[in-house]
Write a protein that binds this ligand. Structure first.
Ligand code: AMP
Length: 429
């Protein structure tokens, strides 16, 4: 064992698990194409101001969770991205995408960094997939991002997820509601915890978000934003729900669900799983019509999006036994060398087989024939091809089907034909 350990809050992903990641990523890629979302890749770090503006300085992420550093002594501070939305919007604005077309549907799969205290389901480096629908904001647009997200969960066969949804209304609705909350909480000021006192000053909506049970009790009696919405905001929300009903997507309306940032508006949503314990959120999102303006854009870019944590998704899939049948990159042919003098000949055959697209494995560690056979069985190869002196001289090779134990003798040419034909009839062969 090395004296070096990975940094707390980070993880290594070994091949068995990488297969699981790839499986999830393939489904995300396929469904993104189905819904017309195109992939964007942005840098791992950005200037710190982007997140201060784009996420908001009163949030926990910006307040205490960012990995920031100054690459040049007198230069600007940069920050490892703690979320993707601000960077994606920055990239879209920087590239002037909206002068080319009014609407852009983007998705991503990428690593994020937050200085949170590591615990089960909470890392300092983690991964999200997500989508941003930029340039149009409407019930149909937000319904589309929710539908894409839920379709991914369905395709992965995840069970027992709960989609909670709420509306935050528009800016006017929230201004009126904010005042109502301040008035309502004022008599209870002494009962508020420190974080809630600060929130009451800066952004009272976020008190609703508090995980503190004492605060939750207080919040239970507080006025509901829903009762402060104007008719058009209510219609907007009802239309989103209409689309979800029509698509048979189950949800629960949760009046306490808020995305505490100023630029969020109308629909907000979150998906949780009871398999996850304390950190039960797997993903969430909403509409953020004011972000572009917040980032200094001269054009309005209404938008909506979601982000899902892949590590937490994999925890649920593991618990629900959804990986049992994943193929593990099994070689088709394992070459068995009778003795090491034949290694060069074996290498040449392996090279030819691989050139023909046949997955092939050969021992590189000069192990005994018995050890090679053991390995061939262990890696679940479909066939063992024996390479001995007589095979080389006669051109007739013996091939063992490791599933049926059947043994045949054939020329290399016949072997190639057979394996190529099998591969064509079974794409995953
Ligand atoms: P957020 O950007 O905070 O809304 O998070 C969206 C999703 O990312 C969450 O629902 C989690 O699945 C995942 N996530 C957020 N923070 C972490 C973390 N520290 N470790 C692992 N996953 C996380």
């Amino acid at each position: 064992m090395s004296q070096y350990q990975s940094v707390k809050g980070t993880r290594d992903i070994f091949p068995e698990e990488a297969v699981q990641w790839k499986y999830v990523e393939d489904i995300v890629n396929t469904l993104a194409a189905l819904y017309g979302f195109r992939e964007i890749r942005i840098p791992l770090f950005e200037y710190t101001e982007l997140f201060q503006r784009g996420i908001g300085s009163t949030t926990d992420i910006v307040g205490k969770e960012m990995f920031s550093f100054q690459p040049d002594p007198a230069g600007r501070s940069v920050t490892l991205r703690p979320e993707m939305t601000a960077g994606v919007m920055r990239a879209a604005l920087q590239k002037n995408l909206f002068s080319l077309a009014p609407v852009h549907k983007l998705f991503y799969i990428g690593e994020l960094f937050r200085k949170e205290r590591p615990q089960a389901g909470r890392q300092r480096q983690f991964t999200q997939f997500g989508a941003e629908l930029l340039g149009v904001s409407s019930p149909s647009a937000v319904a589309e991002v929710i539908t894409f997200m839920m379709h991914v969960f369905d395709s992965l066969a995840l069970r027992g997820l709960k989609l909670r949804i709420n509306t935050l209304g528009d800016t006017d609705d929230r201004l009126r509601y904010r005042e109502a909350l301040r008035t309502w909480f004022s008599p209870f000021h002494d009962l508020l915890d420190e974080a809630s006192k600060e929130r009451l000053e800066k952004n009272p909506l976020r008190i609703l978000d508090s995980k503190n049970p004492a605060m939750q009790e207080l919040v239970a009696g507080a006025p509901r934003l829903y009762d402060y919405l104007k008719a058009s905001s209510l219609d907007d929300f009802r239309k989103v729900l209409f689309y979800l009903d029509e698509r048979n997507i189950k949800y629960e309306i949760d009046h306490r669900l808020v995305r505490g940032l100023d630029y969020y508006c109308h629909t907000a949503f979150e998906v949780t799983s009871s398999e996850l314990g304390a950190q039960d959120a797997i993903g969430g999102g909403g509409r953020y019509d004011a972000l572009a303006k917040e980032l200094g854009s001269s054009v309005d870019v209404p938008a909506s999006g979601f982000a899902v944590g892949i590590e937490r998704l994999l925890i649920i899939m593991e618990k629900q036994g959804l990986f049992a049948t994943l193929p593990q990159g099994v070689p088709t042919v394992y070459l068995i060398l009778q003795h090491q003098d034949l290694a060069d000949h074996g290498m040449h055959i392996a090279w030819q087989l691989r050139q023909a697209g046949i997955t092939t494995e050969i021992d590189l560690a000069s192990r005994s024939m018995k050890a090679q056979m053991r390995e061939a069985n262990k890696v679940k190869a479909s066939y063992a091809l024996f390479i001995g002196q007589s095979e080389c001289e006669t051109g007739q090779y013996s091939l063992k089907n490791l599933v049926t134990s059947e043994q045949t003798t054939l020329t290399l040419e016949a072997l190639f034909h057979m394996l190529i034909a099998q591969r064509q009839s079974q794409p995953h062969f």
